[in-house]
Design a protein around this ligand. Structure first.
Ligand SMILES: Nc1nc2c(ncn2[C@@H]2O[C@H](COP(=O)(O)OP(=O)(O)OP(=O)(O)O)[C@@H](O)[C@H]2O)c(=O)[nH]1
Ligand SMILES: [Mg+2]
Length: 382
């Protein structure tokens, strides 16, 4: 459906049709627009779904917040546990015997907290002791050498709050929490149609699926009737390996997956929007001195072009390089299907931080406008 053109919102005003024409069309377009979230595990799909829920439906209820406590505490504990386990594995040491004891305390609790676990003051003290330990900090900065949740620092920094008896998770806490998706989730919401497009509302449906390898066999079941694919790539992944295959670089996997989605004949008529997500994590890693060229040597020969913005710094170069790799895929000759027919389509890119509600609000304003604009365009109304 959206496989043809996605004119930029600025072009909307070029309409030679009257507002009444457009309104008549948008009022009659009753079908919900279906957006499918795709991407590798932990790329941020469910976080985007949560943002849509916050922006277009309602805030989390107290009941929902309370229901998230166990997941958040488990996220916190698992992060501390993983770091502590890897201190020794990476040949690092704790600053003092007291910190080694704190580490042992965490290890004795096991990786999964028992349901009955009640965080006491000693638990918090042990975690705080460990967090200030230089061996632990070094281990944390080398977390690309093992599997650690991206929100590890976020929750360890908030250990006091998260473990309080009367803790109620904030919206940010929920957005940073991690629960692997193993089922298909769908939400419906209405988006206001801008006045220059006739006003009114348009119903959207957004579908979230699991991105880890063993979840992808379920994707096919939801390809039917999809108007747009929202593909998420985690730009912070360039130095990490997959949880499900520690020999495979995460960004390589994401690029391969994108190639498969781009050429997938069941998605041929769906528009593709790509979010280059986790810009904050990518930037943090670059500030720490990490370089994508270490994992993708063609980066060293990559030069920013005039279209890549004015910031000629390492962060901008890295994000543009990843986008360039995706554009290369979209420039590949389309694979013929359906009686050798080839569909030429375009892909639209956005740099995002899925945990940042303001960022996602702005990006989605553009995304929704593009989608609505595309519909009007194809109906000959723009
Ligand atoms: N710092 C940061 N964290 C993010 C961002 N996007 C997502 N996260 C975090 O990354 C983790 C994984 O995000 P999810 O939304 O669960 O990833 P997913 O793509 O749904 O993963 P699967 O369900 O396994 O396919 C969560 O802890 C999120 O809070 C981002 O842009 N920046
Ligand atoms: Mg998910």
């Amino acid at each position: 459906m959206l496989g043809c053109i996605f004119p930029r919102p600025a072009e909307m005003t070029k309409s030679s049709y009257s507002k009444r024409d457009i309104k008549a069309f948008t009022n009659s377009f009753e079908k919900a627009i279906k957006i499918l979230l795709l991407g590798t595990g932990e790329s941020g799909k469910s976080t985007i779904l949560n943002q849509m829920r916050i922006l277009h439906i309602n805030e989390f209820t107290t009941q929902e917040r309370l229901g998230r406590i166990a997941i958040i505490r488990q996220n916190l504990h698992e992060s501390v546990y993983e770091i502590v386990v890897n201190v020794e594995r990476l040949g690092l040491t704790f600053d003092c015997p007291a910190n080694a004891k704190s580490a042992q305390y965490i290890l004795n609790l096991g990786k999964i907290l028992p349901d009955s676990f009640n965080p006491e003051d000693t638990y918090v003290e042990h975690i705080e002791n460990l967090w200030y330990d230089r061996g632990v900090q070094e281990c944390f900065s080398r977390s690309n050498e093992y599997q650690l949740n991206d929100s590890a620092k976020y929750f360890i920094d908030r250990v006091q709050t998260v473990t309080k008896a009367d803790y109620i998770p904030s919206t940010d806490d929920i957005l940073h929490s991690r629960k692997i998706t193993t089922a298909i989730h769908e939400i419906k919401f209405n988006v206001k149609i801008p006045k220059n497009m006739g006003g009114g509302v348009q119903e959207f449906r957004m579908i979230d699926v699991g991105g880890q390898r063993d979840q992808r066999n379920k994707w096919m079941h939801v390809f039917e009737g999809i108007d747009a694919v929202l593909f998420l790539i985690s730009c912070g992944d360039f130095d990490q390996t997959l949880r499900e295959d520690t020999q495979q670089n995460r960004l390589c996997e994401a690029l391969k997956l994108f190639t498969g989605v781009w050429h997938n004949r069941f998605l041929a008529s769906a528009g593709i929007i790509c979010f280059l997500n986790k810009q904050d994590i990518m930037e943090r890693k670059i500030m720490e001195g990490k370089c994508i060229g270490h994992y993708f040597p063609d980066y060293y020969n990559y030069r920013l072009s005039a279209n890549d913005g004015i910031a000629f710094d390492e962060c901008n170069k890295t994000r543009c390089f990843i986008r360039h790799k995706l554009i290369e895929v979209t420039n590949e000759t389309p694979r013929p299907f359906r009686n050798n027919e080839c569909v030429k389509k375009e892909c639209y890119f956005h740099f995002t931080v899925a945990t940042d509600t303001n960022n996602i609000r702005k990006v989605f304003y553009d995304v929704h406008s593009m989608i609505l604009n595309d519909i009007l365009c194809r109906m000959g109304l723009l």
